[in-house]
Design a protein around this ligand. Structure first.
Ligand code: HEC
Length: 113
């Protein structure tokens, strides 16, 4: 085989593997539903689906800078209550955003338990 072709083939293999690895490790966060909002509002009155959806996007926006995003069901409610405040500090977000993120994570963690 022509050496240039050989190199091309090697590169193609490397890129395919890289693509596969990236595609497989992308963590998809669960999307909140009306049912989740109902459960959430039993704990925090007047919590809406929009709040949970906003919490999800704030989480994705502010918490992925230093490490991978942890799935909501990776920790339970007590753990999230302990983890989120210092992490919100690290992420330099205000308490309103922190609360929305916490509600999203706690609600969606319980949906799996
Ligand atoms: C400035 C960097 C930074 C940002 C931004 C950040 N984190 Fe972290 N996070 C860390 C570091 C460093 C660790 C590991 C050491 C530790 O636990 O303090 C960590 C660990 C964690 C863990 C694992 C803790 C455990 O004990 O299992 C979770 C969950 C987590 N972060 C959630 C979040 C959330 C939620 C946000 C957004 C509000 C966030 N992080 C934003 C730096 C960051």
């Amino acid at each position: 085989m022509h050496p240039v072709l050989k190199t091309m083939k090697k590169l193609l293999t490397i890129f395919s593997i890289l693509f596969f690895v990236v595609a497989c490790t992308k963590v998809v966060m669960p999307v909140a539903t009306e049912n989740d909002a109902k459960r959430a509002s039993e704990k925090w009155p007047n919590t809406t689906l929009a709040d949970l959806t906003q919490g999800k996007s704030l989480y994705e926006q502010h918490c992925a800078g230093c490490h991978k995003l942890y799935k909501p069901d990776s920790h339970n409610e007590a753990q999230w209550n302990k983890i989120v405040p210092p992490m919100a500090n690290k992420a330099k977000i205000d308490s309103e955003k922190e609360n929305l993120i916490l509600k999203y994570l706690v609600t969606m963690s319980a949906s799996r338990n």
